[in-house]
Design a protein around this ligand. Structure first.
Ligand code: 4AD
Ligand code: MG
Length: 467
């Protein structure tokens, strides 16, 4: 019965020659559709292993034939039968059932996933069932392949995969927007001299969900040279856009003995490598996205995998934007951060490829970025791609203790909680650099999906934490 001896549908559909298959086979899955004609029923089932369904043929010779009448979309099934070349069109193989067992029914009056196409917005309300649809099955498989491709990319280059804490007492980005993690009773807060008594909290101090594993990754880079993290990060920004989540996954490589040019090259090789990987390992799912979501998708990704990224400084980018003749919603001005509309103009219209923008004004970037000799800009880097805008943010790090301390004062940061971060500059400091890749934005780009909420299984956004 179920698990032992079960064959994945993908493995059956992929067999090259039927005599390689030891018939009869056992398969499981959920019913997509049932169709009957002339005493024969055709049941399409899917077990999540591939985009394509497996066709089960049931006729009167099957002792469980009477059961077919009870099969409806969404019910789960075990089938024994013989894999054979399909007599019908639309599939290479089919299984002629010798026995059927229904494991769990799905009342057709109630089952919310009907045969027709549902909107993505509707499916977001059904995050527990949407993995059964073609789109979300494909997203899940592509996401899996990209996660694996990311590990493979770094492992092949000798990077060490490290795990950094989710609960932290320091704000890595120095920008606020953190979720507090507390065990204090919010209805009955302990106070000390009119203020919340943080000493009574679990850690004896305020603690938060991390916005980035970078600072801890730097610790390990300062010992192991090449490291990366791949984990969840949290931002309490009230951003209701198609590119923001309150909980998202970030990939953060950190490299010692490396400057910004080395880092930009790593980012480029990395993005090109993972796009090539997904095209190679998920051809069916990618063809699906290309057909239903973005007709240019595969061509765009192939192009990116095979061509150099454009590089320009922030100052050049501002000049290009000023000369563009476009009327932007947010004015362009040296010193102001680039907005998504500016980023998209640069990468979509001006260059038509990914762009790496470097050397932003220090005032709009995090305290840890290395100050340039001009005293005004830092060795920051954002990688911008069409449709999404920023997909990677990174920098060379400030390795000079005195400059770093000055920058923290300017940023209004209390340096006491960062004593260990400063120690790294006291003992054997090195030029080093790292970046953060937004994993969902990357999968969003690779699939052509419009909204980041359809890239993560259970999206967390302002006023939404169902499932
Ligand atoms: O540019 P960010 O804020 O950089 C950092 O956090 C650095 N500490 C990374 C580093 O240098 N190690 O975030 C990095 C990336 C962004 O480029 C974007 O792709 C993604 O994380 N990102 C988000 N993705 C989804 N929802 C959000 N709210 C995001 N905020 C950032
Ligand atoms: Mg950024």
């Amino acid at each position: 019965m179920p698990t032992s001896g079960r064959t994945r549908i993908k493995d059956l559909l992929d067999v090259e020659r039927l005599d390689n298959v030891s018939n009869p086979v056992a398969v499981n899955g959920w019913v997509k559709t049932v169709r009957s004609s002339g005493g024969v029923s055709f049941v399409q089932i899917n077990d999540g292993s591939s985009l394509a369904d497996l066709q089960i043929v049931v006729d009167a010779s099957c002792p469980d034939y009477a059961l077919v009448g009870n099969l409806t979309t969404g019910c789960s099934l075990t089938v024994f039968g013989v894999l054979q070349e399909s007599l019908g069109r639309g599939q290479k193989y089919e299984v002629v059932a010798s026995s059927l067992e229904m494991l769990g029914g799905a009342d057709p009056e109630e089952y919310p996933l009907q045969k027709k196409r549902h909107t993505l917005e509707f499916l977001r309300e059904l995050a527990h069932l949407r993995p059964r649809t073609n789109t979300f099955g494909a997203v899940a498989r592509v996401r899996n392949a990209m996660a694996f491709g990311i590990h493979q990319f770094f492992q092949q280059r000798g990077f060490l995969y490290i795990q950094t804490p989710i609960i932290t007492a320091s704000d890595a980005e120095g920008a606020g927007a953190m979720f507090r993690a507390t065990t204090l009773d919010l209805d009955n807060l302990p106070t000390q001299a009119g203020h919340v008594d943080n000493d009574a909290d679990f850690f004896g101090r305020p603690a938060f969900l991390t916005v980035s594993g970078q600072l801890e990754a730097e610790i390990f880079a300062q010992a192991m040279s090449d490291v990366y993290t791949f984990g969840p990060t949290f931002r309490a920004e009230n951003s209701n856009t198609s590119r923001h989540l309150a909980e998202f996954w970030m990939v953060e490589p950190e490299v010692a003995f490396c400057d910004l040019d080395g880092l930009a090259q790593l980012a480029e090789d990395f993005l090109r490598g993972i796009f090539a990987h997904v095209l190679e390992t998920c051809p069916e799912d990618m063809a699906f996205f290309n057909r239903f979501y973005d007709k240019e998708l595969i061509a765009t990704l192939e192009d990116i995998a095979n061509s150099d990224f454009e590089r320009m400084t922030y100052t050049e980018a501002v000049r290009l934007l000023e000369e563009s003749g476009e009327s932007f919603e947010f004015p362009v001005r040296w010193g102001a951060d680039l907005q998504s509309e500016h980023e998209r103009y640069l990468t979509e219209r001006k260059v038509g490829r990914p762009v790496i923008v470097t050397d932003y004004p220090s005032a709009i970037k995090a305290f840890y970025m290395r100050l340039n000799d001009d005293g005004e800009t830092v060795r920051a880097m954002d990688v911008l791609v069409p449709r999404i805008g920023e997909i990677i943010g990174g920098s060379q790090r400030e390795e000079r203790l005195d400059v770093l301390q000055r920058r923290m004062v300017e940023a209004g940061l209390d340096d006491a909680p960062y004593w260990w971060y400063l120690d790294l500059r006291r003992y054997g400091t090195t030029p080093h650099a790292g970046f953060g890749l937004g994993f969902e934005r990357t999968v969003q780009f690779a699939t052509g999906m419009q909204n980041i909420r359809d890239i993560i299984a259970f999206p967390r956004t302002p006023r939404s934490a169902e499932f």
